[in-house]
Design a protein around this ligand. Structure first.
Ligand SMILES: [Zn+2]
Length: 476
């Protein structure tokens, strides 16, 4: 119950024309980032219900606490983005976003390109960054100058009947109790999107925003195509957004900073030969079971179990024919019905040298699994898990010589083989989350990962985090 999507709710505010906008009194510390309270009377930041102060937040009404926490977030951002002379206005408010686990959303209010001093021609920049680079507020001459960014928090989360046991925590100390969603941490993340942590390109279709790439697209690099997003066509970008673990950030500052921010962890990969459609490195993810770290090695010819029993593929002890099929081989078993650990144990007992499971849903990505060895586990063969898409390629093209090797390496968690940080690119698109976040396998957890775990750093800088590093790459 501790994982929730952040959603990058694009333009959600644009449809609301009647919203009351007024500037909150600016405390002296918010030199650059100003919160505009966008809530109606008695709602959200204006909720007058009395509450006791919590976690360093002195507010005595729900609304006061919310606004205090939001300004606290703005203060952190203000201290971080020191290179701009321009005020950054953030229109913030609470809206009912439902009870599906959505916490919040944010984005730039608008994007600019080809302004004076723009480093890259024909390229979109988020408003706050564009103003910084231009040295002026680019929309100041308009009759209705707009804020630079907007941020929405889910009002429903504080309803007792919405995700019972879960509600916002408005303390400023980062010490949310169980069931408390840390508002400061979540909105710190959301303002990251508002400031410029997102591509402007539609990752679901690969289409540029109004025909022009965003500054992100100059740094999104696909290891399979060996090309940046700006050098791809629409179809290639669409495919690249689903290229799990192969979509990386190519910026120099972030690369350097990643080497002192991300921890070195065991990583299990597979190497496939003899299958025409699935060759070479294949991403795998699974807990370590009983093998000591670094010893999940092995190699062998593969055998699909195709266990047709209604109990599920590999869920019962293998009978004679099934055991003969997998003995001395790498057993390929479909995920589902029973626990992974049962399938691997059954294969081991039948004499398999290793197991590769195939994911049973289109969505696949490698979590930062707890790779600690389970010393009580009886499993002594290596096991991996591959995506449904890779499983289909393997099945369609495997020959009698198809071999899978387990490669148990150590590298910085959340980086590719060259140490470049990976973007979140699961095998099925998660609208608004795919591409515009770091990969979930990063460790320690980064602020701009797509799920709130609760232990993300409240700093935006290395060696605690890579948000500012990425910002420097794009012009902050
Ligand atoms: Zn996000």
């Amino acid at each position: 119950m501790n994982k929730f999507f952040f959603k990058n709710c694009r333009n959600a505010f644009a449809a609301i024309s009647s919203i009351a906008i007024f500037a909150a009194a600016l405390p002296s510390f918010a030199a650059k980032v100003v919160i505009l309270n966008g809530d109606d009377q008695s709602v959200g930041f204006n909720d007058t219900r009395a509450v006791a102060p919590v976690g360093g937040n002195p507010g005595t009404t729900v609304g006061e606490q919310r606004l205090n926490a939001m300004k606290f977030v703005a203060e952190i951002w203000g201290r971080t983005l020191t290179g701009t002379s321009q005020t950054i206005e953030v229109l913030a408010g609470f809206l009912p976003l439902g009870c599906d686990g959505t916490l919040a959303g944010a984005n730039a209010w608008q994007f600019s390109r080809d302004f004076a001093n723009a480093p890259l021609r024909g390229t979109w920049y988020h408003a706050a960054l564009a103003n910084k680079l231009a040295g002026v507020d680019l929309d100041a001459a308009r009759d209705d100058p707009a804020p630079e960014a907007f941020a929405i928090a889910n009002l429903d989360l504080d309803r007792p009947d919405c995700l019972p046991g879960v509600s916002w925590y408005y303390g400023l100390d980062g010490k949310a109790p169980p069931g408390g969603e840390d508002f400061v941490r979540v909105m710190l993340h959301e303002l990251g999107h508002g400031m410029s942590f997102a591509t402007t390109t539609d990752e679901a279709t690969g289409e540029y925003l109004q025909g022009f790439p965003g500054v992100w697209d100059h740094f999104l690099y696909d290891n399979t195509l060996n090309r940046r997003w700006v050098d791809m066509n629409v179809a290639e970008r669409k495919a690249s957004a689903l290229n799990n673990e192969q979509l990386v950030w190519s910026g120099f500052t972030t690369f350097i900073d990643a080497q002192r921010t991300l921890a070195i962890k065991p990583q299990l990969d597979l190497f496939v030969t003899g299958a025409s459609q699935l060759q070479g490195f294949v991403v795998s993810g699974i807990p370590n079971f009983g093998l000591p770290e670094g010893s999940r090695r092995g190699s062998g010819l593969i055998a699909f179990t195709d266990d047709a029993r209604p109990t599920g593929d590999g869920c019962l002890p293998f009978d004679g024919a099934l055991a003969a099929k997998v003995r001395g081989r790498i057993a390929i078993i479909n995920r589902g019905v029973c626990a992974i650990v049962d399938k691997v144990l059954n294969a081991q007992n039948a004499g398999a040298r290793g197991v590769v499971l195939i994911q049973n849903t289109p969505t696949f990505f490698r979590f930062a699994f707890p790779f600690e060895r389970d010393t009580t586990s009886p499993i002594r063969i290596p096991a991996g898990l591959i995506s449904q898409q890779d499983g289909a390629k393997l099945r369609a093209s495997a020959s009698t010589f198809t071999t899978i090797s387990f490669i148990d390496t150590r590298r910085r968690a959340g980086t590719d083989l060259f140490g470049r940080p990976q973007l979140f690119a699961p095998t099925a698109n998660i609208q608004g989350s795919s591409v515009s976040h770091w990969n979930v396998s990063a460790s320690p957890n980064l602020l701009m990962e797509p799920f709130a775990v609760g232990d993300e750093s409240l700093t935006l800088r290395p060696p605690g985090d890579l948000t500012l590093s990425l910002f420097k790459d794009i012009g902050w």
